[in-house]
Design a protein around this ligand. Structure first.
Ligand code: ADP
Ligand code: ADP
Ligand code: MG
Length: 482
């Protein structure tokens, strides 16, 4: 007799769009759950719906009316008998009010418990907790500094340069470097005002600016039974405007230093345990030239760059996140079970000018791929896609893996050369320059990479139409079996 494992099928709504909505929908289907996708008035073609089993229209066009509307989302979830909601990243993914409202409606939030979101959602309370449990934090305050005089006093104690940082900031916004007292005076009110406008909270922290740092973060995965695991680190130092462009795992800066790797990973686990963490999440650190590291923040959600961790560990983090939220076992017996092999790199493909790196909305008039073996492309592209200014300009994530870093870099070059997006201005010409630039190829770079090396100055922007149609012809020929 054949015995089949019984898995209860649940109805899972995805409160997001674009590539992450597709990614979550695929995981839901793999687990035998029903994926319920959403679409709004200003998404003419929502590609993520093709991976969903049911589609629900969210009336309205602005984000405030739709993907950021807690009441409407909860109402829809109730109406369609949803068991659980996955928030993706961005939007309401770190919104404790959303998680709480779902909970009140008897719906599972696929993410951590409300208290963990709340403590970690604020850069001051999370820093305070880190200090309490002995996790190193960046010198400065772990409380909002209400006055410019107060900020100047703290800056004088810790020494310039300093960062004024919004306690509620995110996405690289709400941060300003100040090199002296005059700059603090000139910026304090403005950063507070901007933060109030963007995050509805004008509170600021004063923090020492770590010079020539690396952004290194640790992937956490925990279940509802108290098990907390780490999935090693990622390095995300290639940034523009404090936002990541290229990420890799493992960190080339940590390299072969296993003691340092264990130390930073175990520190992340310690912090996650301190907040009773029970889902997928990321503890971000900034690492100085001397390899000392300091806690920056914890992102209590799945992150954009999670695929590189999946590539080096072989684990499906979205699947695990869903299992964890539903109270199922992750099937991970111990930390030692989680192994890593090889090296993975992710390039964020964004609809933006490759030189100014500013968003460039537009229409995709052609899209083809001709990738090297093993390429992963998580995306929401198709011919006819209109990228509007309403949403984040990221349209895809190109992920390559190699047994060593050099192979991953080589594959990424070939993958970038095999990705054809016509009509839309993207950052691909910039990525192509970086993947051939010496310092990046050697793995020696800091968060100042873009400013110092200025790869954007070597960007060639002419779109090669001839090459595009050659590839199209090749793809057609393959389809026809020629
Ligand atoms: P990750 O840490 O996963 O790399 P980011 O910090 O770049 O992610 O943010 C993930 C997504 O969420 C991006 O699309 C970013 O624009 C958006 N985002 C993050 N935090 C905020 C915020 N506080 N307000 C608005 N958008 C945000
Ligand atoms: P966000 O919520 O916007 O992601 P983070 O605190 O994670 O804010 O910081 C984003 C980026 O800003 C980091 O990856 C790093 O490049 C830079 N940064 C933040 N704090 C510091 C610091 N104290 N010193 C140097 N760089 C910093
Ligand atoms: Mg961050």
């Amino acid at each position: 007799m054949i015995r089949q494992q019984k898995n209860e099928s649940r109805r899972i709504m995805i409160a997001n769009r674009g590539e992450i909505a597709s990614r979550v929908a695929k995981a839901c289907r793999e687990l035998g759950h029903t994926a319920i996708g959403l679409w709004t008035d200003n998404e003419r073609n929502a590609t993520h719906l093709q991976f969903c089993d049911e589609w629900v229209h969210l009336e309205g066009s602005s984000n405030a009316e739709t993907y950021l509307n807690v009441d409407k989302l909860v109402e829809v979830a109730k109406k369609y008998n949803v068991d659980a909601v996955h928030p993706g990243y961005g939007f309401l993914s770190e919104n404790a009010g959303f998680a709480r409202a779902l909970q009140a409606a008897g719906i599972t939030f696929i993410g951590p418990n409300v208290d963990a979101i709340q403590v970690m959602g604020d850069k001051a309370t999370s820093k305070k907790l880190a200090n309490e449990v002995g996790v190193p934090t960046v010198p400065g305050t772990d409380e909002a500094v209400p006055t410019v005089e107060g900020a100047i006093k703290i800056a004088a104690q810790i020494g310039y340069p300093i960062l004024l940082k919004a306690v509620a900031g995110g996405g690289g916004r709400g941060m300003r470097v100040c090199n002296n007292e005059e700059e603090v005076r000139a910026n304090f009110d403005a950063v507070g005002r901007e933060s109030k406008a963007a995050f509805n909270n004008g509170d600021l922290l004063v923090e020492k600016l770590i010079v020539n740092p690396r952004h290194i973060e640790v992937q956490i995965l925990a279940d509802k039974q108290g098990n907390v695991f780490h999935f090693f680190e990622r390095e995300c130092s290639v940034q523009r405007r404090h936002q990541k462009i290229i990420e890799e795992a493992p960190s080339p800066f940590i390299g072969e230093d296993e003691e340092l790797r264990q130390n930073i990973c175990n520190t992340a686990v310690k912090l996650a345990k301190a907040v009773n963490y029970d889902s997928a999440g990321t503890v971000e650190f900034i690492m100085g030239e001397d390899k000392s590291f300091y806690f920056l923040e914890m992102n209590t959600r799945i992150q954009v760059e999670h695929p590189i961790t999946e590539e080096i560990t072989g684990m499906d983090l979205i699947v695990c996140m869903i299992q964890s939220a539903l109270g199922d076992s992750l099937g991970i017996p111990s930390q030692e079970f989680i192994k890593r092999t090889g090296h993975a790199i992710e390039c964020r493909i964004c609809a933006e000018d490759p030189i100014t790196m500013l968003p460039a909305p537009g229409l995709v008039t052609g899209f083809e791929t001709n990738f090297p073996q093993g390429t992963r492309f998580d995306h929401c592209l198709f011919k006819g896609l209109e990228v509007t200014p309403d949403f984040d300009p990221m349209v895809g994530k190109l992920v390559c893996k190699g047994i060593i870093r050099d192979v991953a870099v080589r594959k990424m070059r070939a993958a970038l050369d095999g990705l054809f997006i016509e009509g839309l201005k993207t950052n691909m010409p910039l990525l192509k320059v970086i993947l051939r630039e010496q310092k990046f190829c050697e793995g020696i770079y800091t968060t100042n990479y873009i400013k110092e090396i200025a790869p954007q100055e070597c960007v060639k922007t002419d779109f090669n139409h001839l090459r595009f149609y050659e590839v199209l012809a090749g793809v057609e020929a393959r389809r026809m079996g020629i």
